[in-house]
Design a protein around this ligand. Structure first.
Ligand code: FAD
Length: 369
């Protein structure tokens, strides 16, 4: 089967769906191709569900710009589309005198980049608010929050269909080749049927598989310097007997390529600790229960009453990191190579990709829409 469309988006995670939504507002025929049985089955359903304020990333980075813009867009979307969400606010805590200076620097930086309202509070004040918490200094970010990711994904898929876009599940993109007037995207579904989509525009939003598709699109090796380092983050559920917390989001200072093992309460109030950061060679989402001890130690730095027996293995997600262990900051890559007109590759869309999804979608649509 062969069909001509205006745009093909590869991947129905939150970012691919947000791109498809924006493109479907401008174009007549947009098709999303997803290899799984439904939307958001990979990273998009394996995260903390936190709407980030945009506190941590460098000044001129896409992460800062798209996170801050995305936060605004996401709150508006949730309000307009009845997606459950809460502006819970978030506490970042410094637990040692040495960390205090780092937290002051984070606060200064966050103010500089415009990450929204922020307030520093002493350990004593934070302890009055949160009796089980022990810290020297805390930074409160009232614009941070949580979103029901499942409902967000459902609302995006619904709006794409409302705009006459299509989402095709159980179908894998096998090949992408240039044609005289655009691109041919070749797919196979689970029954083995093949389809060729002819499109002027293609968005590669394949998350952990994005680099495989970059290679399939024929971009010369000299123009694709990227490498992905999968980095697993596991979560443990906080069970009965775990110390009570009033704030939904309590974060230590960032460490080891992640934001540090934090406590989140999702939209239903279920609390979790995680994610940690473990570079892996294979995609395996099993949570190793023997890590409970290590998680308890990490959380005990700010919540001393936590014990390993309060923690039950929950789920994990895998980040498509562009740098390996100790590699420092890497920005989102939104590549529109000059040798590939109409093509956008989204690479390394780790956190804050959920927060930024609608801003990424608008940006991609401006680039090729
Ligand atoms: C542990 C963890 C915690 C996080 N916490 C947060 C957070 O609190 N806040 C935040 O803002 N962000 C967070 N993030 C980041 C956020 O989850 C991601 O940035 C976002 O979900 C990325 O969405 P995506 O659509 O790019 O990728 P995905 O959701 O992974 O979607 C990619 C899709 O492409 C499909 N696909 C791949 N190859 C093919 C192919 N060949 N053919 C067809 N389909 C294909 C896959 O099946 C998949 O559905 C976190 C991420 C992780 C891993």
């Amino acid at each position: 089967m062969s069909e001509a469309v205006d745009a093909v988006v590869i991947g129905a995670g939150v970012v691919g769906l947000a791109c498809a939504y924006e493109l479907s507002r401008r174009l007549d025929s947009v098709v999303v191709i997803e290899r799984e049985i439904g939307p958001g089955r990979e990273m998009s359903s394996r995260n903390s569900g936190v709407i980030h304020a945009g506190i941590y990333y460098p000044n001129d980075s896409l992460k800062t710009r798209l996170c801050i813009e995305g936060k605004q867009r996401l709150y508006e979307w949730c309000e307009n589309h009845e997606v459950p969400h809460k502006r819970t606010g978030k506490l970042i805590v410094a637990t040692s005198a040495g960390d205090e200076e780092r937290l002051h620097a984070i606060a200064r930086h966050a103010r500089e980049v415009g990450a929204g309202e922020l307030r520093l509070m002493s350990g004593k004040e934070a302890g009055e608010q949160e009796p089980e918490l022990r810290c020297e200094l805390a930074l409160h970010s009232p614009t941070s929050g949580v979103v029901d990711v499942h409902e967000l994904i459902t609302s995006l898929a619904r709006e794409i269909k409302e705009a006459d876009g299509a989402i095709v599940y159980h179908t894998t993109v096998e090949e992408i080749r240039k044609s005289s007037d655009g691109w041919v995207v070749q797919t196979t579904d689970t029954m083995g049927s093949r389809m060729e989509l002819h499109a002027r525009r293609v968005v590669n939003s394949a998350g952990l598989s994005a680099l495989e598709l970059v290679a399939k699109s024929g971009l010369p090796e000299s123009e694709r310097p990227w490498r992905l380092y999968p980095c697993k983050g596991s979560y443990f559920a906080l069970g009965a007997g775990a110390p009570p917390t009033r704030n939904s989001l309590i974060y230590p200072l960032p460490a080891g390529g992640g934001l540090g093992v934090h406590i989140t309460a999702d939209i239903s109030g279920a609390r979790r600790a995680g994610p940690d950061a473990e570079f892996v060679d294979t995609i395996d989402y099993a949570v190793d229960e023997s890590r409970a001890e290590r998680f308890a130690q990490a959380v005990a730095r700010y919540l001393p009453a936590i014990r390993p027996e309060h923690l039950t293995p929950d789920y994990s997600g895998i980040r498509p990191k562009l740098v390996g262990p100790g590699g420092g900051f890497a920005d989102f890559v939104i590549a529109n190579p000059s040798s590939q007109p109409g093509m956008v590759h989204l690479i390394g869309i780790e956190s804050p990709g959920l927060t930024a999804c609608l801003a990424i979608g608008a940006h991609v649509s401006d680039v090729i829409g």
